[in-house]
Design a protein around this ligand. Structure first.
Ligand code: F6R
Length: 244
């Protein structure tokens, strides 16, 4: 695992965008696994800025998102579909037919999860997976539990995740209670994983995920077993890691 310490959120975003840019320049037809939430917004903004300068070309890139709320239509403001369009897809020359997210409006979970797993397979897997880290150590919506879930699955969101995500909704009651998410196997099969984390409220999660035991109680801890993980985190998020 490589750790890049960033001064602050802006610096973290710039460093992460550099890594994604390198991927797109080296392999213009790559498959990027993408995340939503506050952590990657600055990274997307930086990519858009470099795209506008003419430094990046996304025309051959394919994207697959980690997750989507179940029961939320694409047209809903809080859907991850909408998020991706708002922060990235509408601003770059990506072919929208090559941007994929789970379909939150498919109520048959088994069907949707099988479809998404097959889709990822058919793309030849993910070249670079971008991840945020939940305050409870989750990655995607793989919540703390007793076992690592493998493929795409439907999860019941934990009270802690509903509480963390209520900021995007009118109230906690409006946060969907379930989501579709790639599983740990999907994430671990990505050739490269890039984790972006910012803020003191993530310091425990960073310490536990990257320096604690590998356990499904801290889903992000599985990343210690991946052979190509880059953590880009700001000083506040790194404030509780063991000193060398
Ligand atoms: C988002 C996702 C989540 C977030 C995590 C951190 O697609 O899968 O795991 O990355 O909840 O969220 P933020 O960045 O909002 O703190």
């Amino acid at each position: 695992m490589k750790i890049y310490a960033a001064e602050d959120y802006k610096d973290m975003s710039r460093k992460a965008a550099n890594i994604i840019s390198a991927q797109v320049i080296m392999n213009p037809g790559c498959v990027l696994g993408l995340a939503t939430g506050s952590s990657p917004i600055g990274t997307y903004e930086q990519l858009v800025e470099w795209y506008n300068k003419g430094d990046l070309d996304f025309s051959e890139v394919t994207t697959v998102n980690l997750d989507e709320y179940k029961g939320l239509a694409r047209t809903e403001e809080q859907s991850y579909y909408n998020f991706m369009h708002e922060y990235l897809f509408s601003h770059i020359n990506i072919n929208l037919e090559k941007t994929y997210l789970p379909n939150g409006m498919e109520m048959d979970s088994a069907k949707e999860c099988a479809r998404y797993d097959e889709l990822i397979q058919s793309l030849g897997g993910v070249d670079l997976q971008l991840l945020g880290l939940g305050r409870n150590g989750h990655i995607g919506f793989n919540e703390p539990g007793d076992a690592f879930e493998k493929g795409t699955h439907c999860v019941d969101l934990t009270p802690s995740t509903i509480d963390a995500n209520k900021r995007f909704f009118a109230s906690a009651d409006d946060v969907p209670k379930q989501a579709y998410t790639m599983g740990i196997k999907n994430i671990m099969q990505a050739k490269k994983v890039l984790v972006v984390v910012s803020g003191a409220d993530k310091a425990d999660a960073v310490r536990d995920a990257f320096f604690g035991p590998v356990t499904p109680k801290v889903p992000g801890s599985i990343l210690q077993l991946h052979n190509d993980v880059i953590l880009v985190a700001d000083e506040a998020a790194l404030s509780k890691i063991p000193k060398e």
